[in-house]
Ligand binder design. Structure first.
Ligand code: 13P
Length: 250
């Protein structure tokens, strides 16, 4: 089955830096076409057009936005619409990234509106979910994933499910160097798969389920081998084209 390998560049890289990294990545992908891999790069908004241009002609690769606002246009200072993302060359968008939830205090309900609206506007959406260390340690893993998935998918139209992916990123593993072990990741992915089936029915069986949190070239193959891990969402190790390419080809 095809695996999705995604790069989240967060608030890193100017346009020139993004162009350089995306061009180096495009060279890797043209030189050695990865079999069974779909690659997505989420640069900052200002660099989406540069990245989309650098990846043009690389059929397995696409660009995406890191966030989106759930309205076509309007008085929403600082926000960006699905159409603006598409105009810049994005076909994907992240919703509910843990940094949006925990640093920018986005609610589950807002994440749900973003997810449904972006899908309805034709974008493919990668909805991010994941528990904090305190939530995991107090036995709330399942409850947290259930709440985030239920709210995140509350308004999506059945016809749009084919363009949905879910990324499980335990908050305690993001940028900390602590990767979830096979047991922890395997357990969470099994729960997420079961919840997806409950919430969206049979289609939830084939919704790509990605793992994210301290993914590196050295642990990528092991994570991809786990049941219900259909891809990886990579932060720090995706900023360098060579290291991200090693993960893609893992
Ligand atoms: P790191 O790979 O840097 O831990 O970040 C993970 C992440 O948040 C990707 O969205």
């Amino acid at each position: 089955m095809q695996k999705i390998i995604a790069a989240n560049w967060k608030m890193y890289k100017t346009r020139a830096e993004a162009r350089e990294t995306a061009a180096a990545l495009a060279r890797h992908l043209k030189e050695k076409q990865p079999e069974g891999r779909q690659v997505i790069v989420y640069p900052p908004f200002t660099a989406i057009a540069e990245v989309a241009a650098a990846l043009e002609g690389v059929t397995c690769a696409a660009a995406g936005g890191q966030d989106v606002y759930p309205a076509a246009e309007g008085a929403f200072t600082g926000e960006i619409s699905p159409r603006m993302l598409q105009d810049a060359g994005a076909s994907w968008v992240l919703t509910g990234h843990s940094e949006r939830r925990h640093v920018l205090l986005e609610s589950d309900e807002l994440v749900g509106r973003k997810t449904a609206f972006a899908l309805a506007q034709g974008l493919s959406v990668m909805l991010c979910i994941g528990e904090t260390l305190a939530e995991r340690e107090s036995g709330q893993l399942r409850a947290v994933l259930q709440r985030q998935l239920q709210a995140g998918l509350a308004e999506i139209a059945p016809a749009d499910v084919a363009r949905l992916a879910v990324a499980y990123e335990p908050v305690w593993a993001i940028g900390t160097g602590k990767v979830a072990g096979p047991q922890e990741a395997g357990e969470a992915h099994a729960i997420a798969r079961e919840l997806l089936r409950e919430i969206i029915g049979a289609a939830g069986e084939s919704t790509p389920l990605l793992y994210g949190g301290s993914v590196k070239p050295g642990n990528a193959a092991g994570l991809l081998a786990l049941d219900n891990v259909d891809g990886l969402l990579v932060g720090g190790a995706s900023l360098d084209a060579d290291s991200f390419a090693q993960i893609i080809f893992a």
